[in-house]
Design a protein around this ligand. Structure first.
Ligand code: GLA
Length: 673
């Protein structure tokens, strides 16, 4: 078995003579897996109902003859011109009523019955033709659902939204109750009056908005399922995937994962962002978690620059390898790129590829070849897992609701989540993500960061986890509302009041900038913590106070508390300490819960992750660092003693601090072959 290595291969962009050179170079780079046909609809079905597979037959045969496996796209991500001109009703519409026209890609309304039907027909034809092709080992349904069009506000979407609401609520009165429509005279007397939340004069109804987010995510899932069902008619066994987009706001991935055989992710950290590696690590941890810990695939990344930011920096030195090693360390069984050959024309011609415009003399190509060689040394890792003792509850519904209009602050959920994840990342403590209903019993610490919305059932699960001996850390902006985005009365938090030993009397938002943008919190344990964004008037109901606000009328009031509940402990942080403060507080809470880092004492910027019996040490910084450890390094195939690790270099040590030593020994053996 080997780790998968390759990328999106678009032979249709090149004359067939080039294909022969392609497979030769794929061998040179160690490529064993490519994704084909993702954007091929216009060539596979040049007019309605007329299919042409000749070129794809030849491409797949050539790949097979050269031992390269294929993840075959269903080809449905970009409708061909004939489809939108025959059926203009498939085109999506934005909130302001503007049609999104053809000329790019993903120009379809997810609720369009015609789009779904034509996409399913093509997916079925592709599966029928290639189910038994020896090159094909996986189906790749569509592409990055919701990437560009995550919601559509057209009339067809309105019809579908009403159907979805009928199924959810049964009666218009139930919708009115859930959406609090007596407010601002919004009461509906029939489903036909309900529209998607198009542009309004001022704040839209937040419960309607939340339901529309749920609906839109579900419609994308329905598109996926329509294609999957079509594929399964001809191929019962081959694994099915669709490529996710990391910690992506618009699609509730928890609701998809039971229908995916392989979780795969597209990951484009910004090389100019100092937090690029941390953000990527968070996505990798999410991907592993979505599959319940099973290995996943890095389906796309860039060798260098992308073309879609305002400024597109390249990955310097061996940053590309470091980010690839990070993915393997965090559970990936394959590393792939968009795309094999950098395009000559089209919108993405200045997006890097495995073979860049400058050809095989380039530094990019050398990096690609080097990574291919490195990955073959890690083959034995395939299937090994990462063990995390900390779980973050990630709930898309809460994310959507927390960022709606009409709050005291404009919470940036993603960026805040990253700030709570940061201390774990920097301390090399492995983290999983869990859905709100997940079994928490295996975790020593559960973090509910800004879990603004939860149902009573979720609150009960969190309470039961603490009662049974777990440690919960909840932050401000948690437990304000129920599943309909209606405020929880009498101190917010619902039944978590008893668990946390407190209730919330009032909120006190801080200014985004300027004099009233921070507040001090003092603590015997942590000294003075500079805090921002939020503060609260807490009312204690049994919790111990570890830190208090200082100054303003909050002076002396609790800011950080803990409460013994059953056999466990529940912590609450009512404000946002600065980075150093969060690190101090969070790492101490983690260690009080018995959570230990993979390795301590590493220089900042070095990631340490145990995957099975292999210890990955990855220098994500641009300077040399000293590693205070000895061990056999699988990548360089030698014993290393307190090695210096260059910028963006990695070690994979077979003498992991914990874990299965027998596997570690065979890993060393493989490396020595
Ligand atoms: C996404 C798409 C690819 C390509 C890349 C560019 O991941 O799936 O087709 O457009 O972005 O970064």
């Amino acid at each position: 078995m080997s780790l998968k290595y390759g990328g999106d291969y678009n032979p249709e962009q090149w004359p067939e003579e080039v294909w022969v050179e392609d497979v030769r170079l794929m061998h040179e780079a160690g490529v064993n897996f490519v994704t084909v046909g993702v954007f091929s609809w216009a060539l596979l079905e040049p007019s309605e109902g007329q299919f042409e597979f000749g070129w794809l037959d030849r491409a797949l045969d050539l790949l097979h003859e050269n031992g390269i496996s294929v993840d075959l796209g269903t080809g449905t991500a970009s409708p061909p011109p004939w489809l939108s001109s025959n059926y203009p009703e498939i085109l999506p519409m934005d909130r302001a009523g503007t049609t999104l026209w053809p000329g790019a890609r993903q120009h379809y309304c997810p609720s369009s019955p015609i789009y779904r039907e034509r996409a399913s027909i093509l997916a079925g034809k592709v599966a029928e033709r290639y189910a038994n092709h020896p090159a094909v080992i996986m189906w790749h349904i569509n592409n990055e659902y919701g990437c560009h069009v995550h919601e559509c506000f057209c009339d067809e979407s309105a019809v579908a939204f009403r159907t979805w609401l009928r199924e959810k609520y049964g009666s218009i009165d139930a919708v009115n109750d859930a959406w609090t429509t007596n407010f601002w005279s919004q009461r509906y007397t029939s489903f036909e009056q309900i529209l998607p939340p198009r542009v309004t004069p001022v704040f839209e109804n937040p419960s309607q908005r939340l339901d529309f987010k749920r609906f839109s995510s579900a419609e994308l899932f329905a598109c996926f399922m329509a294609e999957k069902v079509a594929v399964r008619r001809f191929s019962e066994d081959l694994p099915v995937t669709t490529n996710f987009i990391g910690v992506f706001r618009h699609v509730d991935y928890w609701k998809w994962v039971s229908e995916l055989d392989v979780i795969s992710d597209d990951s484009y950290p910004d090389p100019l962002d100092p937090d690029a590696a941390m953000g990527a690590a968070m996505s990798r941890d999410l991907m592993r978690s979505l599959g319940g810990g099973k290995p996943w695939l890095l389906m796309e990344q860039a060798t260098g620059y992308v073309n879609w930011r305002h400024v597109n920096g390249t990955k310097p030195g061996t940053m590309m390898q470091a980010l690839s090693m990070q993915a393997v360390a965090r559970g990936a069984d394959g590393i792939n790129f968009f795309q094999w050959r950098q395009s000559r024309g089209g919108a993405e011609k200045f997006h890097s590829g495995m073979i860049p415009h400058s050809g095989t003399r380039s530094r990019i190509w050398q990096n690609v070849v080097q990574l291919g060689a490195d990955l073959t040394k890690l083959d034995l890792l395939e299937g090994w897992s990462v063990n995390a003792e900390v779980a973050f509850v990630l709930d898309w519904e809460s994310w959507w609701a927390s960022e709606g209009d009409g709050h005291q602050i404009q919470l940036n959920f993603h960026d805040n989540l990253l700030e709570w994840y940061r201390p774990f990342y920097e301390a090399n403590i492995a983290v999983d993500f869990v859905s709100p209903g997940a079994d928490l019993s295996g975790y020593k610490l559960v973090v509910a960061a800004h879990l603004y919305l939860y149902t009573d059932a979720t609150a009960a699960l969190l309470g039961a986890y603490v009662k049974a001996g777990g440690t919960l850390l909840a932050t401000y902006f948690t437990g304000h509302v129920d599943g309909n985005d209606q405020a929880r009365l009498d101190g917010y938090l619902g039944t978590l009041q008893d668990v946390l030993g407190l209730s919330i009397d009032d909120f006190s938002a801080l200014a985004a900038t300027g004099t009233r943008s921070s507040i001090a919190v003092t603590s015997e344990r942590w000294g003075i913590l500079e805090c921002s964004e939020w503060s609260e008037y807490l009312r204690l109901r049994g919790a111990n106070v570890h830190a208090r606000f200082s100054g303003t009328d909050l002076d002396g009031m609790p800011a950080i508390t803990s409460h013994a509940h059953g056999r466990g402990t529940a912590w609450y942080i009512a404000t946002r300490p600065n980075r150093a403060g969060i690190a101090r507080v969070v790492v101490e809470i983690a260690s009080s819960a018995g959570v230990v880092p993979v390795v301590s004492g590493l220089p900042l910027g070095v990631e340490a992750v145990n995957r099975g019996a292999a210890l990955f040490l990855i220098n994500q910084s641009d300077r040399d660092v000293e590693i205070p450890l000895d061990g056999f390094d699988v990548l360089s195939n030698q014993q290393r003693f307190r090695p210096t690790l260059g910028a963006y270099a990695s070690l994979v040590l077979a003498n992991a601090t914990e874990g299965d030593r027998r596997l570690a020994a065979s890993l060393a053996e493989v490396a020595a072959r």
